[in-house]
Design a protein around this ligand. Structure first.
Ligand code: ATP
Ligand code: ZN
Length: 278
């Protein structure tokens, strides 16, 4: 019967049913839950636009898009136009704003908590940071620490040949301010601190790989399959994929982070008891 199931997949050209096959093959318990999830993507450039397309093809319920840039029209409106053509079932929200301004930050924060227009979803399930500068990352970090919102960070190095993704759970993992931007010995992670007067290189391949790693991790997190990567680096010159875990810093300069750490520690006995009962 297994062979019969597989052949059914071959004749069925509907891409959504191919995703549903993940369930029949035992990878995910309930693929259809993807429709219940909301994901916010900050930065709709080389990584963010590809990540948005991937989630749209996967049938995500709702996508909130943030960017301050324009390509004739705003980048976020352009993305909504393209994405709605790919999958009209995704609820798309366009926010053309600078998250580092007072007003932009307010709107950003409000939208992450808000109820969707159909009243179905409250808040977002995950925030993906696809911005290209330190200041914007610190702002995403601030918003997520304030809200206790799990997010994933992504970056491509200035020389365009390496990148990384990172899971940030306020109070539980290191936040973006916990550790100073680290330069791993391999040179994998410069955290794209934009240097003044240096024109960063760009490769659509590296950006595509990083977007793929990011969305794969997002799917694993949302649909609860496999192991969610706490940190995954990509060095294309050496085909090197380092992983690591980072604990939060009790002396973190971000007060909201320290507060989330306290809450996390307070709930530790209950968590341990629940884990033991399992
Ligand atoms: P591309 O030219 O490939 O579209 P890019 O060179 O502008 O992209 P990327 O690194 O590919 O840069 O993408 C980063 C995205 O994040 C950009 O679209 C940029 O406009 C957006 N971004 C950066 N900072 C902010 C911010 N503070 N608020 C909103 N969007 C931001
Ligand atoms: Zn911190």
């Amino acid at each position: 019967s297994k062979i019969k199931d597989m052949s059914a997949e071959v004749v069925d050209s509907n891409p959504y049913s191919r995703l549903m096959a993940l369930q029949r093959m035992g990878i995910v318990d309930n693929y259809e839950r993807i429709r219940d999830y909301s994901v916010a993507i900050v930065g709709i450039g080389g990584v963010g636009s590809v990540a948005a397309e991937m989630l749209t093809r996967c049938g995500i319920g709702r996508l909130l898009l943030y960017d301050y840039d324009t390509v004739g029209m705003t980048k976020t409106d352009a993305a909504v136009q393209t994405l709605s053509g790919i999958n009209p079932d995704v609820a798309l929200e366009s926010y053309s704003l600078n998250i580092t301004t007072v007003k932009g930050f307010e709107t950003f924060l409000g939208s992450l908590k808000a109820r969707s227009s159909d009243g179905h979803n409250t808040g977002v399930d995950l925030v993906l940071s696809c911005v290209d500068n330190y200041e914007a990352r610190m702002v995403v970090n601030q918003a997520c620490n304030e809200l206790g919102q799990t997010w994933m960070e992504s970056g491509v190095s200035e020389d365009a040949v390496s990148g990384h993704i990172q899971l940030l759970v306020p109070g539980e993992t290191a936040c973006f301010a916990c550790a100073p931007p680290l330069v791993v010995a391999s040179g994998v992670d410069e955290r794209t601190l934009k240097r003044e007067g240096v024109c960063a290189a760009s490769l659509p391949t590296t950006m595509g790989v990083v977007a793929g790693l990011l969305v794969q991790n997002a799917l694993k997190y949302l649909l609860k399959f496999g192991q969610v990567s706490p940190y995954l680096g990509y060095n294309s010159l050496k085909d090197y994929f380092p992983t690591m875990e980072m604990k939060p810093n009790p002396q973190c300069s971000n007060p909201a982070c320290v507060q989330r750490q306290k809450e996390y520690m307070q709930l530790k006995p209950a968590r341990d008891a629940a884990a033991k009962a399992k």
